[in-house]
Write a protein of this length. Structure first.
Length: 175
């Protein structure tokens, strides 16, 4: 196993998060090479920098003139560059403040910032990778999107256990 993953597992050992990780989740880590190389190139590249999937000229992203032709009054760094892996920090902080505003009971509870994902299916798939092993049981309502079966039963080989969503609704309705 990669030493970065081992270090992360040592940190999470004996915590609930560490206990919940799947075998794949315990092997995952964020590689330092890409981030370190990109940071070094940003600091040392005086004219061109073409690391991390983007090309820059004097700290400005290179863009085809046909793409930027109709975009006025906006810095190319704001609309053409990659967002940070977990999402734009200001958006994540605003999102967390909205979560607390809608759920005031969370105000004094330490929570991390939300992570931005490219879509719900991607988020569900990533979560399944982190926390589910083949043969695990997953309890979900009987009303769910078809991609759940593809992610959980086919891809992750998890046993879906369904419960009646409408039955729960009937239970929580006031008499």
């Amino acid at each position: 196993m990669n030493s970065l993953a081992l270090n992360l597992n040592n940190i999470l050992n004996e915590t609930q998060a560490g206990f919940l990780l799947s075998s794949m989740g315990k092997k995952l880590y964020f590689p330092k090479g890409i981030v370190a190389q990109s940071a070094e190139a940003s600091a040392k590249a005086n004219k061109y920098n073409a690391t991390a999937g983007m090309a820059f000229n004097k700290k400005k992203p290179l863009i085809l003139s046909g793409l930027s032709y109709n975009i006025n009054n906006m810095d190319t760094n704001d609309y053409i560059t990659y967002a940070p892996t977990p999402g734009v920090m200001e958006l994540r902080e605003l999102w967390k403040s909205q979560i607390i505003k809608k759920n005031p009971g969370l105000e004094n509870i330490h929570t991390s910032l939300p992570i931005v994902v490219p879509g719900l299916t991607s988020g569900i798939s990533n979560t399944a990778d982190l926390f589910l092993d083949p043969g695990d049981n997953l309890v979900i309502p009987d009303l769910f999107w078809g991609n759940y079966q593809l992610i959980f039963e086919i891809r992750k080989e998890v046993n879906i256990k369904r419960f009646s969503f409408l039955g729960v609704i009937k239970l929580i309705q006031p008499l």
